[in-house]
Every structure is written in structure tokens, then in C-alpha cells.
Design a protein. Structure first.
Lengths: 334, 291, 319
């Protein structure tokens, strides 16, 4: 195995949004690392804080309403949270790119798709390449995502949803970023189109040797595309491991297990689903102790009082749950 | 017990709106100012009799500064400005509210039907509105006053006519967005008729923009009336009205600036109060912006 | 329990568009058995939602018959349609958009009762609303809440309670869970199954999510560009799909199971076009890799390829 190099490391990130008098605790001490060349899946339901994490890495959190309360985001040895605005602008798009969920709204309707891809290249044109060279690069990018270069001069409305998402991907990849964050890239697309786009993305990732963070709520996509998986609940990572750990391992966080059980299966003939009772906790008023305890079928008294520490089940597999804690002393010594 | 609860529910909506209003300080300030001005208009005769004070000339005491004679001084005929402001408030407020009511009723009906039914009817009606809009409102009002003759009521109509297209457009565009909302289809799916859909779903949801348009409209109607009075087509002397008070005072702008300033302040205060109140009302009526 | 509650025969719904005649629903024949669920699946633009709305007469059918207990309701006027609506209701896709933001939960649920005057006594209606809320699992204290104060799952429960208010027999469910999170989706699906058992409801379940449709349906119809291309009992369709489109659709679903990882799947080329003035022949021909000349010529009819299993592919026996 080649040397493993951690490209991005998020340490104890806490982000809060301050609304009208209310404080929404979106991310609560979340830590994870991404190795170079791998694909990390961030899984969780609406409001779990997945997108907030992505925006924090990109430095795109809304300035007026959000506040990063603590934490570090180390990318290539630098803490992105300490970077100045100018420095972040240079990193954004060039080293780290992001694809947003809705291809319909992430393209500017009055610019041709070629111009939009070109824009990013021009902004990060350190080598002072000529315009012709950059346009050639745009053509190359279009072909790469499976769009004929001849469509350079067409406008977004002339493309279908799947094609638009390809354009968005071409934009994100134009500067050959080291890290790509894809926030639900195929949620707005039909299944057959989703299959096309996902296949294309993993081919590109292999070819360009890119690292990717894939944010999704679809466990099927995770199983097919990711190397490591982090389950996010109420702004925390409650389980982290390789896909094998998560999909075939024995030990699981009760929430991860609940997520799997709630999925209608194509294989089983069961007509009732096991749903997770209750609702996502209100982020303005998170429960004490383990954030999942009010919905947890295996809740113990200690879960209501204390927040569980991460437990290392194996080298690669972490679960944040008292079920797997060996005992009080051991937990204290960790 | 049960009855109590039901009654509580009936009042619930209005009291909830009022509760939310009360929390909005600027809206309450607007409400207070407006009430004071309305009380002034109602009790104008107590402030100064119409014939004895507000319109009676007293050349000896002309152009007195505020506080020297009466609270706001006197004008070029020696008439008490405070009394004239109070009596003028009657006319101005009636014209303001009246004109808005007229244009809201007609413009709202036109806009709502155009937006709801769409198609050719929408096209024809809205083009007519465009034609009206293309005529400068003062000239249109002039034409109407010329055709109908003077008087407060005709002045009101004249101002309202020019305003109808504004209401029609606001209402139409809101109806258009709401007409395609899923909950309209949901209402159709349970068998709701046109009247029910309009009354229960569309009107409550277009109320917000309409209220804003109305509160802005009252202010601009008063200003329009003042404008018409200024060129001599509105309320005729010696009847006081804020607009003609301003127009009469223009000759004395240097010697007696209070004659311009005081009606101007009242006009500005009224418009401001209405806008504050309107914004507050819009927010209070929307259950989504809770407390 | 094989009684047919509702049936469509040669049902067509065309829309006039600037670019031509859009065949949104074209000659669709479906049978809805009492107390059962017919799932209708397909990608966006296949006409599945239009079909549901046409059956409920929210859209006027272009031609064809809609037989409800044997009577054709396709040609019904306003008054008769309104009467029919009491028996046929709809649950909408987006619980955020399908509830009037200015009405409280109580008002929303009681609205159908007031409109149709199925009850007149206020107190009785209140009681009914309370029962409905209990049935769908909404706490009574929420009756004065506004939709925006509730989460997606609770809102969809309101939508279901509203649909049940008139005690219908047939409910069109238009993607009722696609806007919800997995854990909430499971709650709502379970609720819908419970209600079906308790009240003997007949569902038409419109969705793009194949795993959901498999779980909830007894029978499934697959639609592509306005046509029904395959129809079979749920299990049968998933174990023996005949139509190439159904096969592609099934293979495109990402499966949350590592054993399927890396398995080569059939990725369909091209995109769904809209069925404006469609060419004769199979509408899937353009994207189908088994397409022959025969496919693009004559019309392709639904044929019984196995007992109770219909498919519209002229090469079904070879593939």
C-alpha cells in the first residue's frame, strides 16, 4: 500500500446559526479526515448538518448569521479557518470545488455554459495562459463530462437536468481541484440519469486521482461509490468506518441500524418497514447526553446524562455510543 | 367549558394578529400617530370652529409665528393654522382612504379575475390597464375632474382612477403565483368551487402585498389630492385641505416658513404612520412569521 | 377480493403545446382492485402524475373511459364530478406546498367536510377532525398549529387526514413520500398500509422510487412517455421484468448492499424526451439497445407474456 496521506482533516468543528433570537446548533464537535484519493460519504437526514460542514470547508457559510465557534479545518497543512478572504478565494475552485444539489439553480441563465466554465479558469489563471488555451481547456472539460464541445455556445435552458449537472461538474473540475465536495449531486435527477452521472463521476475521479466528499441521504449510492462512510446525526459523526464496516460489519450505532431498517428493500418481501420513532431533535434545543437517546430503542440511563465518547471498534471503525463502551474506567482513560 | 373553548378559537385568529401587532413597536408607533391624527380630524370643531376660527379672516393677526398666536401661528389671512390643520385632516384623510378604497375595489376585482381566469380576458383587461398607466396620473385626474366637476367626492374618484392599474397589477401577479400553488389544486381535489377557492385560499394569501400597496396608496393619494389642490383643481378655498394649505403658503415661504413646514410635517407623519402600520399588519397577518 | 373498483379504458390526455401535441397519457388501461394498491412508476415526464389527475378528473380526459364501479365518469359534468370526488381523493407530493400556509391544521382537515357539506353540525365536525387526527397519528394539541410549524412527516399526515375526511374508497397518492427523509418515509408508508387494512382503501401509488413501490404495491405499472410499457404483480415484475426499460430502471437503482458493488449495470444512454407528436412504434426505441426496425414501425401493444403479466415489447420472447 502506498503512503496514506490525509488531505483534509476537520477537528472538533462547531458551527451555530443565530436566527431571530434563536441559536441553531448545526454542527457540534464534528471531526473526520479524508485520505488522498478516497471517497468519503457523509450520510444523514435533512438538518443533520451535512451541508453546513461542506460550506465550512469551502468557507462559504453565510457571514452574517453563522459563527464557527471552534475547530480546525486542515487542508494541505493549513488551517482554512485562519485563512484570509483572499487566500480562501484562491483555494476555492482551484484546490477545493463544490457541486451543489440543484443543477437548475446553480447555473446562470444568461451566460452560455462555455462562458461559465471559462469564468472559473480565468479566475485561477496563475500561469497566465492565453484565452485560446483556456477555451481549449473548456472544450476538453465538456468532452470529459460527455457533452459535445460544439455545445459551448448554448445556454443552460437548452440542457436537460442531467446535462446541466454535467455542466456543473465540468465547472467544478475545470481547475483540476484536489478535493471535490458533491452535495447531493444526483438527488434532483431521475434514476436512469442518476446512474449515468454517478458512473461518469467515478470514472473521472479515477482518471484525475481526485479526493471526493459525497454528501447524500441515499445509502445505495454510498454502497456503490464510497470508500469510507460517516453517519451524521444532529451535527455529530456518530459512526465512521470503511464501507465494509458500515455495510457488513456487526457493530453499529442504533441510528445507522435504524436508517438501514427504514429503507424499503428490493430483496425482502416484508410489507412493514421498521421506522425510527420520533423526529430529528430541534437544533435550537438539543437533548442532553447522547443526541439520539430520545429516539433510541436501546437507550440506557447513562445515555440521558452523558455524551458518549467515540469508541474505536477496530482500526477503521468508530462508533459514538455507550453500547460499545467497555466500562467507565476505560472510557475515562481514553 | 366546551363553549368557552370554541369561542376562544373564534377569537383566536384576530387576537393572535393583534398579539403579534403589539409586539411590533414601529407598527404600534404608526398606529398611535394615526389615531392622534384621526382624533384631531374628528374633534376639529373643538380645536377651532370651522366658521369662527378656521376660515374667518383676521388681517390684524396675519402671518403670526407659532406660539405667538395659537399653537401653530396664523396664515396670511390671520386664520389659525392649528384649526385649519385639524379641519384639513378631515378632507385629506377622507380623500386618502376613499380613493384607495375605490381603486382597491375596482383594481382588486380586475386584477383578481384577470389573474384567476387568465387567457384572452386577462390580456384585454391588462392592456386597458396599461393604457391608463401610460397617461400621466395628474393629467388623467385633471381630465376626470374636468369631466365630473369639482368637489371632494369627484376629486377622490379622479385620484382613484389613476391608481386602479397599480392595484390590478399587484393583485394579478399575486393571484398568478398563488393560482398555481399545490394547495389550490388540493382544494379542487376535495371539490371546492371557484368562489370558495378565491375567498378561502387566494384572497388571504394576496392580502400581504395588497396591504402594503394600500398603505403606500393612501399616502400618495393624499399627496395627489394636495397636488391637484395646489394647481387649483382640488378642494376650493376657503375650505382648508393640507394640499391647498401648502399651495397657498408658497408665496410666504421666506417670511412665514411655518405655513409650509407644519402642513408638510402632518402630511409626512400621516404617510409614515400608514407605512409603518401597513408593514406591521402585513407581518402580523402572516402566520409564518410567528412572534 | 378481485372486485374491480376502478378501471381506465384507452384513457388519453393530450396537451396542446407551442411545439405540438403532447401525448402525456396515451391509451392507458389499468384496473384497480378494491382494497389493493396499484403502483405506477416512471421517470419525470412519463405522465404518471397526469394520469392520476386525469382519473380524479382534476384534468379533463381527452378521450377514453374511467369506469368507477362500472359507470363511466369521464364525461361527468361539474356537479357529478364534485359528487364523485367524495369517493376519490388525492394525497399530494409536496407536503410543504400542498397546504395553505394561512390555515390551521383543524381548518385544513375540516375543509373538505365544509365544502361537501357531508356534516353540518359544528360540534360533530370538530369531533370528526379529532378522530381523523388520531387516525393519522397527529397529537390533538396540534389542531391550532399552522403547517409551517410542523415537520414534513407531520404535514404529510395532515394531507392524509384531509384526504380521509370524506371517507373515500379510492386515493391517488402522488409521490407522497419522495419529499421526506428515510426514517419519516418509513413512518408514513407504514401509516398508509395500516389505513388501507383498516379502511379497505384502494390506492393508486404514483412514484419514481422503485423500492418504495415494490414495498407498498400489489401490482405495478411501469410508464414511459405516456404509455404503460409493463404491468405485473409486484413480486413478478421485480423477479422477471420483460420490458428493456423496466430492466434498465431496475438496474439503475443504487442498492445499499456491498455485494452489488462494482457489478456492471446497464446504464441507459440518452435522456427522456417529451412525447410531443411521437413517432409510431415503441416510444422507448430511441434509447433501447435491443431496438430493431420492427420496433419503430407499427404500434406496440401490451401483450400477456406470462399469467397476469403484460409487457409492451415486440421482442419480449427473444430477450
Amino acid at each position: 500500500m502506498s503512503k496514506i496521506h490525509t488531505i483534509l482533516e476537520v477537528k472538533d468543528l462547531r458551527v451555530a446559526y443565530a436566527g431571530s433570537g434563536e441559536r441553531v446548533q448545526a454542527v457540534n464537535g464534528l471531526s473526520f479526515g479524508v485520505q488522498e484519493g478516497e471517497c468519503l460519504g457523509l450520510v444523514g437526514e435533512t438538518g443533520a448538518g451535512k451541508t453546513t460542514v461542506a460550506l465550512s470547508v469551502m468557507g462559504l457559510l453565510p457571514e452574517r448569521t453563522s459563527r464557527i465557534e471552534s475547530g480546525e479545518i486542515i487542508f494541505e497543512g493549513r488551517d482554512l479557518l485562519q485563512c484570509k478572504k483572499k487566500e480562501m478565494q484562491a483555494i476555492r475552485g482551484e484546490k477545493i470545488s463544490m457541486i451543489f444539489q440543484d443543477p437548475m439553480t446553480s447555473l446562470n441563465p444568461v451566460l452560455t455554459i462555455g462562458e461559465q466554465i471559462l469564468e472559473g479558469l480565468e479566475l485561477h489563471n496563475e500561469e497566465k495562459k492565453s484565452r485560446e488555451e483556456l477555451i481549449a481547456r473548456v472544450h476538453e472539460m465538456l468532452e470529459l463530462v460527455g457533452i459535445p464541445a460544439a455545445r459551448y455556445h448554448e445556454y443552460p435552458h437548452q440542457f436537460s437536468g442531467g446535462m446541466k449537472q454535467r455542466v456543473v461538474i465540468a465547472m467544478a473540475l475545470a481547475c483540476s481541484p484536489k478535493l471535490l465536495i458533491a452535495d447531493e449531486p444526483t438527488t434532483a435527477l431521475d434514476v436512469t440519469i442518476q446512474a449515468q452521472v454517478l458512473d461518469m463521476m467515478s470514472q473521472l475521479r479515477e482518471r484525475l486521482g481526485m479526493t471526493m466528499i459525497l454528501i447524500t441521504h441515499d445509502l445505495g449510492i454510498v454502497a456503490e461509490k464510497c470508500d469510507t462512510v460517516a453517519t451524521v446525526y444532529a451535527g455529530e459523526i456518530i459512526e465512521f468506518g470503511t464501507v465494509e464496516d458500515i455495510f457488513s460489519g456487526e457493530a453499529h450505532h442504533p441510528y445507522t441500524k435504524g436508517l438501514f431498517d427504514a429503507l424499503p428493500s428490493l430483496v425482502s418481501t416484508e410489507r412493514r418497514l421498521k421506522s425510527i420513532e420520533g423526529l430529528m431533535p430541534d437544533p435550537t434545543d438539543l437533548p442532553a447526553g447522547c443526541k439520539f437517546h430520545p429516539r433510541c430503542p436501546r437507550c440506557k440511563p447513562i445515555c440521558r446524562e452523558r455524551e458518549p465518547e467515540p469508541v474505536q471498534i477496530s482500526q477503521s471503525h468508530m462508533i459514538k455510543c455507550f453500547l460499545y463502551a467497555q466500562g467507565e474506567e476505560e472510557m475515562g482513560s481514553r | 367549558m366546551k363553549r368557552d373553548r370554541q369561542q376562544g378559537l373564534k377569537q383566536g385568529k384576530f387576537s393572535a394578529v393583534w398579539r403579534r401587532m403589539k409586539k411590533n413597536r414601529t407598527a404600534m408607533a404608526g398606529l398611535v400617530i394615526l389615531i392622534i391624527i384621526i382624533l384631531m380630524a374628528i374633534f376639529a370643531d373643538l380645536i377651532g370652529d370651522y366658521n369662527e376660527v378656521a376660515t374667518k379672516m383676521d388681517i390684524a393677526n396675519r402671518l403670526m409665528a407659532p406660539m405667538k398666536k395659537g399653537l401653530f401661528g396664523t396664515d396670511h389671512y390671520g386664520r389659525d393654522v392649528l384649526a385649519r390643520i385639524a379641519h384639513g385632516a378631515r378632507v385629506s384623510l377622507i380623500i386618502g382612504f376613499g380613493a384607495v378604497l375605490v381603486s382597491l375595489v375596482f383594481g382588486g376585482a380586475i386584477g383578481a379575475t384577470a389573474g384567476f381566469y387568465g387567457g384572452r380576458y386577462d390580456n384585454i383587461v391588462m392592456r386597458c390597464m396599461d393604457i391608463i398607466m401610460a397617461i400621466p396620473s395628474t393629467i388623467l385626474a385633471l381630465a376626470v375632474v374636468a369631466a365630473l366637476g369639482g368637489g371632494i367626492f369627484n376629486l377622490m374618484i379622479a385620484i382613484a382612477v389613476a391608481d386602479i392599474p397599480n392595484y390590478a397589477r399587484v393583485v394579478r401577479s399575486s393571484v398568478l403565483t398563488i393560482r398555481n400553488a399545490d394547495y389550490i389544486e388540493a382544494a379542487n381535489a376535495v371539490g371546492a368551487g371557484t368562489a370558495h377557492v378565491l375567498a378561502r385560499h387566494i384572497i388571504p394569501n394576496v392580502l400581504g402585498p395588497i396591504i402594503v400597496q394600500c398603505t403606500l396608496g393612501i399616502g400618495s393619494s393624499i399627496l395627489n389630492a394636495a397636488g391637484l389642490s395646489y394647481i387649483g383643481l382640488g378642494v376650493q378655498a376657503p375650505r382648508p385641505e393640507w394640499g391647498n394649505m401648502l399651495s397657498e403658503a408658497r408665496e410666504f415661504i421666506q417670511s412665514a416658513p411655518h405655513l409650509i413646514i407644519i402642513p408638510g410635517i402632518f402630511l409626512a407623519l400621516t404617510v409614515l404612520a400608514l407605512n409603518l402600520l401597513g408593514d406591521g399588519l402585513r407581518d402580523a397577518l402572516d402566520p409564518r412569521l410567528k412572534d | 377480493m378481485n372486485e374491480i373498483l376502478l378501471e381506465t379504458r384507452q384513457l388519453k390526455k393530450y396537451f396542446q403545446t407551442p411545439r405540438g401535441l403532447l401525448h402525456a397519457v396515451d391509451d392507458v388501461n389499468l384496473q384497480f382492485r378494491r382494497g389493493k394498491t396499484l403502483g405506477v412508476v416512471g421517470e419525470s415526464g412519463c405522465g404518471k402524475s397526469t394520469l392520476g389527475r386525469t382519473i380524479l378528473k382534476l384534468l379533463e380526459p381527452t378521450s377514453g373511459e374511467i369506469l368507477y364501479k362500472g359507470t363511466d365518469i369521464a364525461g361527468y359534468g361539474r356537479r357529478d364530478t364534485k359528487r364523485m370526488r367524495q369517493h376519490m381523493q388525492m394525497i399530494f407530493q409536496d407536503p410543504y406546498a400542498s397546504l395553505d400556509p394561512r390555515m390551521t391544521v383543524r381548518e385544513i382537515i375540516s375543509e373538505p367536510i365544509y365544502i361537501n357539506k357531508t356534516m353540518t353540525d359544528r360540534r360533530e365536525i370538530e369531533k370528526k377532525v379529532g378522530q381523523l387526527m388520531e387516525t393519522v397519528g397527529l397529537a390533538a394539541r396540534l389542531s391550532n398549529a399552522y403547517p409551517h410549524e410542523l415537520d414534513g412527516g407531520r404535514r404529510q399526515r395532515i394531507g392524509i387526514a384531509k384526504a380521509l375526511a370524506l371517507e373515500p374508497e379510492f386515493i391517488v397518492c402522488d409521490e407522497p413520500v419522495s419529499a421526506l427523509d428515510v426514517s419519516i418515509q418509513a413512518q408514513i408508508l407504514n401509516l398508509m398500509l395500516d389505513l388501507q387494512e383498516e379502511l379497505g382503501l384502494t390506492y393508486m401509488f404514483v412514484t419514481h422510487d422503485l423500492s418504495v413501490v415494490k414495498m407498498i404495491s400489489d401490482e405495478i405499472a411501469v410508464m414511459y412517455l405516456g404509455k404503460c410499457v409493463e404491468r405485473a404483480p409486484s413480486q413478478e415484475l421485480f423477479s422477471h421484468p420483460y420490458h428493456p426499460y423496466t430492466k434498465a430502471l431496475l438496474s439503475a437503482i443504487p442498492v445499499p448492499d456491498l455485494s452489488c458493488r462494482g457489478k456492471k449495470r446497464e446504464v441507459l444512454k440518452g435522456e427522456v424526451v417529451s412525447p410531443i407528436d411521437p413517432a409510431p412504434g415503441c416510444r422507448f426505441a430511441l434509447r433501447c439497445r435491443h431496438c430493431t426496425e420492427r420496433c419503430t414501425q407499427g404500434p406496440v401493444e401490451l401483450l400477456e407474456v406470462a399469467p397476469g403479466h403484460m409487457a409492451a415489447c415486440c421482442r419480449w420472447s427473444e430477450l
